[in-house]
Write a protein that binds this ligand. Sequence first.
Ligand code: PNS
Length: 164
Amino acid sequence: MTTAVCPGSFDPFTLGHLDVVRRARSVVDDVVVAVARNASKSALLDAETRLEIVRNALSEAGLDDVRAALVPGLLVDFCTEIGATVVVKGLRGGADLDAELPMSHMNRHLAGVETVFVTADPALAHVSSSLVKDVARFDGPIDDLVPAGVGTVVRAALQSSKGA
Ligand code: PNS
């Protein structure tokens, strides 16, 4: 059986991410969502919160056989540990491809892990974690861009980061 990993920083997990996971699951029997650290981004939400959000979203979406886990280090080490041979990522456009290609090449170089890309649903192509945070930061509506309950968590984190 092929195991696929859907990795991301998921800060926060969005409906776009959920769509990619759902579609990965439609072609691969065993899918694991991997909450990882992107060294070029500083996260608003801590890793445990991001993981909990992912687990709740999977459960709400009925994706009960999709697991979620934290990646403490290199993604390829995690893939090797769990026996995953494929990474699945979403592409919204050229900027995503530019960011993803070097990572895909590096993961194949390091451990022979292949990357398969899913093109984003056009209805969700404008949804990114950074824009969700940006809209929320200025009190804009984000609840229709993220799974249920995530907007509240993001707003609370932004509020406490203002106070810090
Ligand atoms: O959602 P993102 O930020 O585009 O996801 C990028 C992520 C977290 C998947 C990537 O930064 C990653 O794999 N991080 C784990 C550490 C690692 O393996 N770095 C080398 C990547 S080639």
